[in-house]
Design a protein around this ligand. Structure first.
Ligand code: ZN
Length: 247
């Protein structure tokens, strides 16, 4: 299992959002009935584990995450389903290249919550920037070595190592996650206080891992993110479960 970082942002509800949301709602919802947020699930940048999603994988996950629900506290039950992904898109940044030389791309999920007495605390916590972590799971069929193209683990190349080791055109081995099979519901979980720093430090393009050093709220919320939306200083972790690592 590999853990990835992602982030969460506040969002205004538009008419287009409402139309998308109401495809999932049993009774038509109005703007004042819902709270929405944007979740950056993952991207194609090489992360600190020397792994990355292929662009094709992001597109596959885009379809698989649509309609998936968010649950509170890892306890699955009908009344614990508090959020739903009503739209997903892969957002490319043509100006930014990944370490692997591809155009930087993020998988973004748009989620809604129905405002209820039971959800009020969670919505207030998200709005207030109380640090929340969202863990997301998906299942990938393939994990490929960036050096030789074989299944990672089958070839002897090691993630993070350079090949040829002393060569002029050394390349760093990364594991490329590909061919998503399924995506699962996400869940809100509390984040320890000292990990807050990671939540709001990065803008698009940078690895979104939390540094281990503690930082004050003031310092971390003073983000220069290009987004107009308020940074909610929440993180998501993408737990990639390899259903099957073959060839
Ligand atoms: Zn290899």
């Amino acid at each position: 299992m590999t853990k990835k970082a992602a982030r969460l942002y506040a969002q205004e509800v538009t008419e287009a959002d409402l139309r998308a949301i109401n495809k999932y709602a049993l009774v038509p919802l109005k703007a004042e009935d819902v709270f929405t947020f944007k979740l950056v699930l993952c991207d194609n940048e090489v992360d600190r584990d020397y792994e990355r999603f292929s662009e094709k994988a992001l597109d596959g996950l885009r379809k698989l995450f649509l309609g998936k629900t968010g649950i509170k506290d890892h306890r699955w039950s009908a009344d614990n389903q508090v959020a739903r992904i009503y739209a997903t898109e892969v957002v490319k940044d043509e100006k930014t290249a990944t370490k692997a030389g591809e155009t930087y791309a993020q998988l973004v999920a748009y989620c809604y919550m129905v405002k209820t007495a039971g959800n009020a605390d969670l919505i207030a916590e998200i709005k207030g920037g109380i640090k929340k972590e969202v863990s997301v799971g998906c299942s990938m069929r393939r994990c490929t070595c960036s050096i030789c193209g074989k299944g990672y683990g089958m070839c002897g190349h090691q993630k993070g190592q350079n090949y040829p080791k002393d060569g002029a055109d050394k390349k760093t081995c990364t594991a490329i996650l590909d061919d998503p099979v399924d995506a699962y519901e996400f869940s809100f979980v509390a984040v320890p206080a000292q990990r807050k720093a990671g939540a709001s430090k990065n803008s698009a393009g940078a690895p979104q891992d939390a540094p281990e050093t503690p930082a004050s709220d003031e310092a971390t919320t003073n983000t220069t993110d290009a987004e107009k939306t308020a940074e909610l200083a929440a993180r998501a972790r993408l737990a990639v479960i390899f259903a099957k690592t073959n060839n």
